[in-house]
Ligand binder design. Structure first.
Ligand SMILES: Nc1ncnc2c1ncn2[C@@H]1O[C@H](COP(=O)(O)OP(=O)(O)OP(=O)(O)O)[C@@H](O)[C@H]1O
Ligand SMILES: [Mg+2]
Length: 373
C-alpha cells in the first residue's frame, strides 16, 4: 500500500483538514443565530494578518448558517461591491429599486447593475426584505464580506446603513466582515461607520501549539500514516501556530515522506519534517515576506533588521541606537511601518512584528549582516 492523498491545504481560502483553534468563534456565531435578532454575534468583524484564516472562517460560518437553513451570500470587496450584493440578494433581479440593469445581466452574469450611490442603502434594504419574504419564517440571511479593507467608503456606508436598519428592525439577518487589521482603524474611524464599532470583533491570532499538535497527529494518523512524537514535536514547533504555516509544514513533510523510498513504509520521519520545514520557510519567505520587504524603503528595512535582533518586542530606544539615529528620526520609520501594518506597538515604547515569521525571514535573509549591526 502506498501513501494516501496529501490532506493538507496550503492554499489561500481552501478549508484545512482541521480548522484548529477557532471553536469559540464558531460557537459564538452559532449561538448568535439561535438566540435570535439582537444577538451581538450576528454582526461580526474578523481581523488578522495575511494567512491567519479569515477567508476559511467566513466559509465555516457560512456552513453553520446553512445548517440552520439560512441563505448565505459571500462577497469580496472590490469595485461595485454593493451593486453586486444587491443583485445577488434580490430574489427578482428585474425588480431592484433604483437599478439600471445592463443587458448582460439577464444573461446570467451577476453584478451587472448600476445603482445611484444615494439609492444603494435603500435598494439593499429592499432586496434583503424581499429575500427574507421569499425565504419564509424561521430562515434568515447571512451576508459575508471578505477583504473589507479594500471596500470603498461609499460601499461600506451603504452596506452598514442597510445592516443597521435590518438589525434594528429585528430581521433574521447576520453580517460578517473580514479584513486586515488596518480595517478596524481605517473604516471604524470614519464617522458614518460608528455603527460597526458595536460589532463583535474577533482577532484571529496564532493557534495554541497543543491544538496544532493534536490536529497534525489526528490528520496524519487517521490517514494510516505513522509519525513518532519527536517528529511531531518538531513539526508543531516549526508552525509557530500560524495557520498558513501549519498547512505548509504538513503538506511539505507529507510530500517528502511520500517520495522517499516510494512511500512504502507509510511513515513520516524526522528527516521528512526537517526538509518539509525548510521548504515551508522558503515558500513563506518568497510568498509573504519578500513582497512586504520589496515595498519598503531601505531605512525602513534597516529598522526591521534592527528589530530582528530581539527575540520578542523591541524597545524603540534600542532600535534608534542600533540604527545610529535620533529617536525622532527613528520614529519616522516606525510610523511608516505602523501605517503599513508591518509592525505593531503592543506597549508604549515598544514595537513588534505584525507579520508572522517576518523576524525569522529577516534573520535568514540578512544573516551575513549580523556582525556589523
Ligand atoms: N484554523 C485553521 N487551522 C488550520 N489551518 C488553517 C486555519 N485557518 C486557515 N488555515 C489555512 O491557512 C491558510 C490561509 O487561510 P485563509 O486563506 O483563510 O487566510 P486569510 O486570513 O484569508 O489570508 P489572506 O489575508 O491572505 O486572504 C489556508 O491554507 C488554510 O487552509
Ligand atoms: Mg483571505
Amino acid at each position: 500500500m502506498s501513501f494516501p492523498a496529501n490532506p493538507f491545504k496550503p492554499t489561500a481560502g481552501v478549508m484545512p483538514p482541521v480548522l484548529i483553534g477557532r471553536e469559540s468563534i464558531s460557537l459564538d456565531f452559532r449561538e448568535g443565530l439561535e438566540d435570535g435578532p439582537g444577538a451581538p454575534d450576528r454582526l461580526m468583524l474578523i481581523t488578522g494578518p495575511r494567512g491567519c484564516g479569515k477567508t476559511v472562517m467566513l466559509t465555516e460560518l457560512g456552513l453553520i448558517a446553512k445548517q440552520q437553513h439560512w441563505d448565505v451570500i459571500d462577497e469580496t470587496a472590490s469595485e461595485g461591491l454593493c451593486d453586486r450584493l444587491i443583485a445577488r440578494t434580490a430574489p427578482k433581479p428585474g425588480k431592484i429599486s433604483g437599478a439600471t440593469i445592463k443587458p448582460t445581466f439577464m444573461g446570467a452574469s451577476i453584478g451587472e447593475i448600476d445603482i445611484a450611490p444615494a439609492l444603494r442603502p435603500a435598494s439593499l434594504r429592499d432586496a434583503i426584505v424581499a429575500r427574507l419574504h421569499v425565504l419564509g419564517k424561521g430562515k434568515g440571511l447571512l451576508i459575508t464580506i471578505d477583504e473589507t479593507q479594500d471596500a470603498s467608503l461609499e460601499d461600506m456606508t451603504a452596506i452598514s446603513t442597510a445592516a443597521q436598519h435590518m438589525l434594528r428592525e429585528n430581521a433574521e439577518v447576520a453580517f460578517v466582515f473580514a479584513g486586515l487589521p488596518s480595517l478596524v482603524s481605517d473604516l471604524l474611524n470614519a464617522k458614518v461607520l460608528t455603527f460597526l464599532r458595536r460589532a463583535s470583533i474577533k482577532e484571529l491570532g496564532d493557534v495554541p501549539l497543543d491544538e496544532v499538535r493534536a490536529a497534525l497527529a489526528s490528520t496524519i494518523r487517521n490517514a494510516g500514516i505513522t509519525i513518532d512524537d519527536k517528529a511531531l514535536d518538531l513539526a508543531t514547533r516549526a508552525t509557530g501556530g500560524y495557520p498558513y504555516m501549519i498547512q505548509l509544514v504538513g503538506y511539505s513533510m507529507w510530500r517528502h515522506a511520500r517520495r522517499r523510498d516510494g512511500g512504502m513504509d507509510r511513515t513520516i520521519l524526522e528527516q521528512d519534517v526537517r526538509v518539509g520545514v525548510e521548504q515551508s520557510r522558503a515558500k513563506l519567505g518568497a510568498g509573504v515576506c519578500a513582497p512586504v520587504i520589496k515595498r519598503l524603503s531601505e531605512r525602513c528595512v534597516d529598522y526591521l533588521k534592527a528589530m530582528a535582533q530581539d527575540d520578542g518586542p523591541s524597545s524603540t530606544a534600542d532600535i534608534a541606537r542600533r540604527m545610529g539615529e535620533t529617536m525622532s528620526y527613528a520614529n519616522g520609520y516606525r510610523q511608516r511601518l505602523l501605517d503599513e501594518h508591518v509592525i505593531k506597538a503592543p506597549v508604549r515604547g515598544t514595537v513588534d512584528f505584525a507579520i508572522p515569521f517576518l523576524r525569522e525571514y529577516l534573520r535568514a535573509e540578512y544573516r551575513s549582516d549580523d556582525g556589523e549591526a
